[in-house]
Write a protein that binds this ligand. Sequence first.
Ligand SMILES: O=C(O)c1ccc[n+]([C@@H]2O[C@H](COP(=O)([O-])O)[C@@H](O)[C@H]2O)c1
Ligand SMILES: Cc1cc2nc[nH]c2cc1C
Length: 368
Amino acid sequence: MLESTIAGTGPLDESAMTAARHLQDRLTKPAGSLGALEDLSVRLAGLAGACPPPLPSPAAVAIFAGDHGVHAQRVTPWPQEVTAQMVGNFLAGGAVVNAFARQTGATVTVVDVGVATPLPHAEPDPADPAAGPGGAADTGVPRLVSAAVRRGTRDMTVTAALTRDEARAAVEVGIRTAEDLIDAGAGILLTGDMGIANTTPAAALIAAFTGVDAAEATGRGTGVDDQTYQHKIEVVRRALRRHHPDPADPLGVLAAVGGLEHAALTGLLLGAAARRVPVLLDGVIAVAAALAAVAFAPDAVGAMIAGHRSAEPGATVALRHLGLTPLVDLGLRLGEGTGALLALPVVTGAVRVLHEVATFDSAGVAEK
Ligand SMILES: O=C(O)c1ccc[n+]([C@@H]2O[C@H](COP(=O)([O-])O)[C@@H](O)[C@H]2O)c1
Ligand SMILES: Cc1cc2nc[nH]c2cc1C
């Protein structure tokens, strides 16, 4: 499944992009005045192979949740149980991601790809329209998909976090999630993640794929003190020294120093790219997964839109490597899909312009 998905990715369609550029120049606005939105609309035309490309709607957030053996190294002040408890909060509609999803009409799907503690029984909020895979019309609640590959990774400072088979299984959970959401009608996917300690494997992945030093790739995550931050950099450095991950072998990198949600997000990105559906990236966990996805399939970057610039320094390193410019930059460092959701109206606006704005000819507006 991984190999056929990789084989299904391809380059952007040049003729659709040329058509979108020409259309942008005929619309009733000074050429270039929509800045980054113009480039975005051109890329989305190239992805769809059509001008104008379809409006990116309905939107579906997929939150992958997992736990981490490296939590034992005290890289985060939060207890591991918070991962399961926050999954309960997502399903009850009480998290920031739920508030932002309600604001934008996006659905929320939570995928348990490896939470270590049993999930609490969540009482859904029946008033939450952000529910079910089929869009706001579904009267259900944020959906839970149980797809745990194992109940948390191993400690990457001691041994490989995952076997290659486990890493592959997690990537394939992500591919299946993309296919299910797209089959249910989603016109754009948004990445989300939940996993206490997951900024540590994210930093290790970013260092492994970009070659920067552990200190450049590592941030403070949920907010560690100075001493813990220095220790966290050392933990990342130790894991990289132990495994020497080869960036040309993305499955090996994910297995050595990744996480189950990082691997599943990699699959989501590949699955969306193969179906030529855009994906809005959230924070540092998503951009770490994006590095793995382009290592598997370089053309997958054509489906990716950087939703925001996470405050985690590794996110900026990864975005530079991917050649992506984030749409919003608000100092967020929450995860869950919140930054991607804030960027969604920007993406929709970029495409809506191509559908709805009059040309100089049709509106009878004189040109310069
Ligand atoms: O999205 C981000 O860039 C981001 C930055 C810092 C923290 N987080 C979230 O916080 C959790 C991991 O933080 P930590 O400190 O436990 O590694 C995890 O649930 C992430 O979703 C997310
Ligand atoms: C409370 C909390 C909420 C989160 N959402 C995503 N990561 C998180 C980490 C914590 C600790």
